[in-house]
Design a protein. Structure first.
Length: 277
């Protein structure tokens, strides 16, 4: 599909033709200041009228209403029904969503966290996951799976997916822009949370040059988790600077870059849906 806005990103992945997806950038909206211009987050201090106008622009570009979540850096997966939410209803609390209903836009918002979109070769479902380090790592107890494991499990749930994929090899994933490995400095506790689940996570951390601090490769950590699940078709963000939200202020919002310096940051949307409605 062509990008609704030329500055937005259309995932390049071998998804079936009925699967549509887009990742917005900061371009194409009406917000001002640190939220310039297509901020889609209602919780970041932006003028509510501007956010509403931006969300209207996204819905018009897609030809359907995105289904927004109240994201809490957890691992809850929401099964999106075909029926639209009640007008004025609060968004449900979840950090991933999945649907097999045509025309239902699975949507997550990000500003440094990693957006992960999923489908299968048959296009029997679509899913979107908000994979910040907390949700990706899982927990709070050591070894407890994270949001990718949770949404992966939902993909194989016959109650959720009418014709669930028969094997992990049928799953296709796309990783969107996020904070890059040269910018994502974390403490020992973050590294320990990932190592508690999989020792191979050591590969995704390099010393930051000061005690107890590490540079973390969030896309690599996600790829490791997907590989552990048997998902080999992973496209998009490979950890190179092109995908770093911190490093490209002209295209991307970044909480880490702007929250202290400017007081806040906007949010971008990763959307995926099945055509046909």
């Amino acid at each position: 599909m062509p990008a609704p806005d030329s500055a937005w990103i259309v995932p390049q992945w071998p998804a079936p033709a009925r699967v549509r997806a887009v990742f917005t950038t900061r371009h194409g909206g009406v917000s001002q200041g640190c939220w310039h211009s297509l901020n889609l987050g209602t919780h970041v201090g932006d003028d509510p009228a501007h956010v509403a106008a931006n969300r209207d622009r996204l819905a018009a570009a897609l030809g359907r209403e995105p289904r927004y979540l109240n994201q809490v850096h957890g691992r809850e997966v929401l099964r999106l029904p075909a029926e639209p939410p009640r007008p004025g209803a609060a968004p449900p609390v979840a950090d991933a969503c999945l649907t097999r209903a045509p025309g239902v836009v699975a949507t997550i918002l990000v500003a440094d966290c990693l957006p992960v979109l999923l489908t299968d070769r048959a296009g029997s479902f679509v899913a979107a996951a908000h994979a910040g380090w907390r949700g990706l790592a899982g927990g709070p107890a050591p070894g407890v799976p994270g949001v990718l494991e949770a949404v992966f499990s939902a993909c194989f749930d016959a109650q959720t997916t009418e014709n669930p994929p028969r094997a992990a090899s049928e799953i296709i994933a796309w990783l969107g822009p996020c904070i890059g490995p040269s910018a994502f400095e974390v403490g020992d506790e973050v590294r320990a949370a990932f190592l508690a689940f999989d020792e191979r996570a050591r590969q995704a951390f390099v010393p930051a040059g000061r005690g107890g601090k590490w540079l973390a490769d969030l896309p690599l950590l996600a790829r490791q988790r997907l590989a552990r699940l048997g998902v080999s078709q992973v496209h998009g963000n490979d950890g190179t600077p092109l995908w770093c939200t911190v490093g490209d202020a002209s295209r991307f919002f970044s909480h880490r870059r702007d929250a202290v310096r400017l007081g806040s940051s906007g949010r971008m949307a990763a959307c995926v849906w099945l055509a046909g409605a």
